[in-house]
Design a protein around this ligand. Structure first.
Ligand code: CDP
Length: 229
């Protein structure tokens, strides 16, 4: 079963996707971590797009997706926290708009879900990367709620950041991600939209699971059997 969850920054895609993956016994894949990994390389190589093009063939990045976090390695070095730094936050949308980067991530996503059993989260998964996914969701919430959630998350991790700084980054990324020419952030016509501003995490997860259970597809006739309560 392939389930995709798209939506803007801070909508709760990661936590939701991990929980769905856990309950359905599927792999969890974070496409944003891949764009962040390439952004890390781009910054490391002096923001030189011509050098990035070479690195895409032999990038040396490795992604490990766990139920608690997405771990990223560059060669032997773990860069899991580096890909969430302010500098990566401020450049990731610019790098994610580059066609060669999108092509590289699309291949990585195909590999990561080759067994046909995954929950993947991103921006263009339902529209471009997995147009035939079994289930598509578009998770959203108002910008203030999304910035607040992301701020709380970073404060919990012990980071020094202001709500205004987080809100500005969320707004800027939303704007660039939604307006770029290639694979913009957009709800797929056949995706189920979940507006989560006033939903609890559990309610959000329950809505997704209920939709899956009540919508068997040709390829997933026994979908309920796979979903633990
Ligand atoms: O966690 P958050 O939603 O804030 O961001 P993320 O999923 O880690 O994605 C970081 C950035 O990668 C986004 O702002 C997009 O610019 C880009 N991205 C994308 O273009 N397409 C995807 N499928 C996933 C992420």
């Amino acid at each position: 079963m392939i389930i995709v969850i798209d939506g803007p920054a801070g909508a709760g895609k990661s936590t939701t996707a991990k929980e769905i993956a856990r309950r359905a016994g599927l792999d969890y894949v974070d496409s944003g971590a891949m764009y962040r990994g390439f952004t890390y390389l781009y910054l490391k190589h002096g923001k030189d797009r011509s050098r990035l093009a070479g690195l895409l063939d032999d990038h040396g990045l490795r992604f490990e997706f766990h139920s608690t976090e997405a771990r990223v390695f560059h060669g032997e070095m773990e860069i899991t926290s580096d890909i969430r730094s302010d500098i990566v936050n401020s450049h990731v949308s610019e790098v994610a708009a580059m066609e060669e980067v999108r092509n590289a991530v699309r291949l990585l996503l195909r590999d990561a879900s080759a067994n046909g059993n995954a929950v993947l989260e991103g921006r263009d998964l339902g529209t471009v990367v997995f147009p035939d996914a079994d289930y598509k969701f578009f998770l959203t919430a108002d910008p203030e709620a999304r910035a607040r959630r992301r701020y709380d998350e970073r404060i919990r991790k012990g980071e020094q950041v202001s709500l205004q700084q987080v809100r500005e980054n969320v707004d800027t990324r939303d704007r660039i991600d939604s307006s770029r020419d290639i694979a913009p952030l957009k709800k797929a016509d056949d995706a189920v939209e979940i507006e989560s501003t006033s939903l609890t995490f559990e309610e959000q997860v329950t809505r997704i699971l209920q939709h899956i259970r009540s919508t068997p597809t040709e390829t997933q006739p026994n979908n309920s059997d796979q979903l633990k309560q």
